[in-house]
Design a protein around this ligand. Structure first.
Ligand SMILES: Cc1cc2nc3c(=O)[nH]c(=O)nc-3n(C[C@H](O)[C@H](O)[C@H](O)COP(=O)(O)O)c2cc1C
Ligand SMILES: Nc1ncnc2c1ncn2[C@@H]1O[C@H](COP(=O)(O)OP(=O)(O)OP(=O)(O)O)[C@@H](O)[C@H]1O
Length: 308
């Protein structure tokens, strides 16, 4: 799968193009429907399917005060998810004030200019875009008639009677409702993060941990979780504490996911870990002593191991 950094680079593609447009945070079941229209279009008519997405999330530039603090998938993770769906290329357009300044018609005219053989545009039927949100599906069809592309629009995909959206999924994760997030994503929700050095205290507690800083992804509620993690392409069962470790840290310590991977004792500093949250075990607590914390962790580990 090819990755481009700007719509101007689409001129390198010498084939009919079938392009899905949107932010696609999390690549949820609604997004999959839209992207499927582009993929199927390319299969039926020939040519290449692709996704045009924006980075950072446009709302960060347009209304930072309303922007979500965390997202469902950082750009690298999003690109992996799009690769799994089978698109031929992804264009990650930098979204800044300049880009935001053009109106919907200018944006589409630019797109059709650089994506020379643009044959199909796929969107959700309620998608609005461009300065002042002036572009919509009707306008898109009108401009497509002039510029030579057709517009495929997906009807809203619903789960539990409500339209699926990235915002709704972020809320479900914040609430700890990972089953609802799973249903709306069409896959298990995972958090990707990098392992940083800790204080190496966990080893003396008998439970070495990898201290993971999430890459800006939405985290579920703090506490102890049964996890499945992927490290260096291999999958393991694990237990993790998400939070600020009040027993051993001062107030205001960084929020971390500390992961104890069963049957694993390798140095993983600097590596990327992907964690799936399986079951909530208990809230994080401040213990009176390290011994009490250690006894509790032993109980937690036994509890998780007994369910594997
Ligand atoms: C399964 C598990 C449960 C934990 N629960 C708590 C907790 O309830 N409260 C707390 O302050 N720290 C908790 N911790 C975090 C430990 O305090 C932490 O692993 C230890 O301080 C080591 O930190 P280090 O990796 O920086 O050396 C937990 C850790 C694990 C692995
Ligand atoms: N539930 C859905 N059903 C069908 N199409 C959808 C659905 N959700 C989004 N889309 C479409 O997918 C594309 C990308 O959507 P986008 O990521 O901008 O919106 P969203 O998922 O509703 O997120 P947010 O909550 O941030 O608005 C757009 O064309 C949009 O119309």
């Amino acid at each position: 799968m090819r990755v481009f950094q700007d719509i101007r680079e689409l001129s390198e593609l010498d084939a009919p193009l079938h392009l899905a447009l949107g932010v696609f945070d999390g690549v949820h079941v609604g997004h999959q429907e839209v992207i499927g229209l582009a993929v199927n279009g390319a299969k039926r008519k020939g040519g290449l399917s692709g996704v045009l997405t924006f980075e950072p999330h446009p709302i960060r530039v347009l209304a930072p005060e309303r922007a979500p603090r965390r997202i469902l998938a950082s750009i690298d993770h999003k690109i992996e998810l799009l690769k799994d769906i089978g698109v031929d290329f992804v264009c990650v357009q930098k979204f800044d004030k300049d880009f935001a300044a053009r109106n919907a018609e200018e944006f589409i005219a630019d797109l059709a200019y650089y994506a020379d053989e643009l044959k199909r545009v796929a969107v959700g039927e309620d998608w609005v875009f461009g300065r002042g949100r002036s572009g919509n599906i009707h306008k898109l069809r009108e401009w497509g008639g002039e510029l030579g592309f057709v517009v495929d629009a997906a009807a809203p995909v619903m789960v539990d009677g409500e339209r699926v959206s990235s915002t709704r999924i972020r809320q479900a994760i914040r609430d700890g409702n990972l089953q609802a997030a799973h249903d709306m994503l069409g896959r298990q929700y995972t958090v990707v993060g990098t392992v940083i050095e800790g204080r190496k205290l966990a080893r003396s507690l008998g439970f070495p941990t990898a201290n993971v800083v999430a890459h800006n992804e939405q985290l579920p509620p703090d506490g102890v979780w049964a996890l499945k993690v992927e490290v260096a392409g291999k999958s393991y069962q694990a237990i993790g504490n998400l939070g600020r470790r009040p027993t051993v840290e001062m107030e205001g310590a960084r929020r971390l996911l500390e992961v104890h991977v069963f049957g694993f004792d390798e140095d993983v500093y600097g590596q990327v870990i992907e964690a799936e949250f399986l079951d909530y075990i208990r809230p994080e607590k401040k213990f009176d002593s390290i011994e009490a914390l250690k006894a509790q962790i032993e109980d937690d580990v036994n509890k998780v191991k007994s369910t594997i």
